[in-house]
Every structure is written in structure tokens, then in C-alpha cells.
Design a protein around this ligand. Structure first.
Ligand code: ZN
Length: 316
């Protein structure tokens, strides 16, 4: 029988005697929020399948049909843009974010899938916004400093002009990259989907715990969107560092910037995933699980990008 969502406090009190369920009155399945095991008729509030400890009242109360304060999953019909922004923004501080979310809430797969895929425009828009802002700052600084320097040193090419060129190139990437820009968006999508799929497949081996796939999707969606935004900023700043070293005649800076950017593309999403796995799903080895999923997804994406570049160049 399908689980019933209580509508009122009276419904909950009908099923509870203090903090203990009245099993005679509960005539529906009561699946464990983490693994889906039917908890009916248990005497202790601990899932025998996955070990999740809980309070019976929390399980019944969280199933109540109610409006969530801000979460996209619940508010997308009424306030799609506002709830998307609030969810993504609050997700930037993952420890506090997961404290606001209950594992016992009803999970809605459709909005979560949409939110996960929206990580692609979130990454690209953050990158372009950063580049636009940096271009303005570099241009203003370059203009001010060049105007002052001209009087003393004559005309010269400022390193800030090189940085402004880099920022302009990133800001106008859709125009100058053409088809490669579509490949970049595809690479971000592949990375996001691969990390989620790996997380779902690794949860029993590394996490040593059965977890409902929809709960893995929830962690992946709410960790990935803020993680890609932070990653976009970090990768852009790596490029600024590399362009800076290049402007001062150190071409090795490009290689260093690439290596650092690759490392950040793995560790930032891995850390966000790990925080969700620890704080929300309470899994053992959360960091290992998050970083492994992130690293393998990144390597898969990198291989796919290299393969595509060679294919487009007519290498095969
Ligand atoms: Zn369980």
C-alpha cells in the first residue's frame, strides 16, 4: 500500500502514542527515508537495513504536505526563478544548507532533474559574469595607470591590458568559439551527469550503505549547482593568474594554471558532494565517495573532450 501523507497534527497524533507509533493504526508502508526498507512494526527507531537512526515523529511530520520555505523542489511552480536563485545561493554554504533539509521529506524527482541540468547554464553564466566584471575592472585600472605612466615612461603595453584581453576573450566566448562553445556546454553536462551516475553506482561499495537513488539525486542536484558556480569563479581566476604570469614573460604559467584549474574542477564539486553525503545522508566515507565520483567524472569528460577535438580536427 502506498504511504499516506498526513494532512494535520491530528493525523499524526492518530498514529503516535507519545514518540512511539501505534502500529495497529498505521495501515500503510513506512519506507526508510534513506534505503526504502519498510519500517512498520519495528520497536526501535533504527533501520535494520541501513542503520539510519531517527525519531518516529520526524518521519510522520516530514511527510506532511506543506510548502517549503525556499527549496526549488517544492516552490518551482509558484516562484521558479526566485526559488532557483535562493536554493542555489543558500547551497553555496553546504553545511548550513543541509541543516535546513530533512531526509524524511518527500523527494520530488522531476524538479530535481531540472535543477541538476541547470548546472550547465549556471556554470556558463557565472563564468561570463566574472569575465565581464573583470574586464571592466582591468580596463579601468589599465586606463588609469597607463594615463599616469605615459608621462614618465612613454607608451608601454601594460600587463593589465593582457589581463583585459583574457577577460574579453572569456566574456565573448560564445561569439569567438562557435561550435566549440557548444562542446564546452556538452562537457559540463557530461561531467554533471557522470558524477551523479557514479555517485549512484558507488554508494553501496564505497558508502557501504543502501541508499534510494532519488536521495542520491537530491544530494547531487543541490550540491552540483553551487559547486559549478564556485568552480567557474575558481577556474576563471586560474586563467587570470596564468595570463598574469604570461604577461610577465613566464609561459610556464599557462601549464600551471591548467593543472590548478583541473585540480579545482575535481576538489570543489567533490567537497560539495561530500558535505551533502555526510550531513544529509549520513553516509560513512563521504569525502572519499564525493571526491572519487568527481575525479572519475572529470577524467571521463576530459577524455571525451580530447576525443572530440581530435575527431573534429580530422585525426581519424
Ligand atoms: Zn534504511
Amino acid at each position: 500500500m502506498q504511504p499516506v501523507a498526513p494532512e494535520t497534527d491530528a493525523d499524526i497524533e492518530h498514529w503516535l502514542d507519545g514518540d512511539q507509533p501505534k502500529w495497529d493504526a498505521v495501515d500503510f508502508e513506512l519506507p526508510c527515508s534513506r534505503c526504502g526498507y519498510d519500517l512498520r512494526m519495528l520497536t526501535l527507531p533504527r533501520c535494520p537495513e541501513c542503520g539510519l537512526q531517527f525519531a518516529w515523529r520526524d518521519i510522520f511530520e516530514a511527510r506532511r504536505r506543506r510548502r517549503h520555505e525556499f527549496l526549488f523542489e517544492y516552490c518551482w511552480r509558484d516562484r521558479p526563478i526566485r526559488s532557483w536563485l535562493l536554493t542555489a545561493f543558500r547551497g553555496l554554504r553546504p553545511r548550513r544548507f543541509w541543516e535546513r533539509i530533512s531526509i524524511h521529506e518527500h523527494v520530488r524527482k522531476g524538479p530535481l532533474l531540472f535543477f541538476l541540468v541547470s548546472a550547465v547554464p549556471a556554470f556558463l553564466l557565472t563564468m561570463h559574469a566574472m569575465a565581464g566584471l573583470a574586464l571592466l575592472v582591468f580596463w579601468l585600472l589599465d586606463r588609469t595607470l597607463s594615463a599616469r605612466a605615459t608621462g614618465y615612461f612613454g607608451t608601454y603595453v601594460s600587463p593589465l591590458a593582457v589581463l583585459a584581453q583574457y577577460a574579453r576573450a572569456v566574456a565573448t566566448l560564445p561569439v569567438i568559439a562557435g561550435l566549440n562553445y557548444v562542446c564546452l556546454a556538452g562537457a559540463v553536462l557530461l561531467d554533471v551527469v557522470a558524477a551523479t551516475a557514479l555517485l549512484a553506482s558507488l554508494r553501496q561499495t564505497l558508502g557501504r550503505c543502501r541508499v534510494r537513488p532519488v536521495q542520491v539525486l537530491r544530494v547531487a542536484a543541490y550540491a552540483t549547482v553551487p559547486a559549478v558556480a564556485v568552480t567557474a569563479v575558481a577556474v576563471f581566476l586560474c586563467g587570470v593568474g596564468a595570463a598574469c604570469l604570461l604577461a610577465y614573460g613566464m609561459p610556464l604559467g599557462v601549464a600551471l594554471g591548467n593543472v590548478l584549474a583541473f585540480g579545482l574542477c575535481v576538489t570543489i564539486p567533490g567537497a560539495y558532494l561530500g558535505t551533502g553525503l555526510r550531513r544529509y545522508l549520513q553516509l560513512p566515507r563521504p569525502w572519499l565517495l564525493g571526491l572519487t565520483a568527481s575525479a572519475v567524472a572529470m577524467l571521463l569528460t576530459f577524455t571525451a573532450v580530447m576525443f572530440t577535438i581530435v575527431l573534429l580536427a580530422g585525426g581519424w
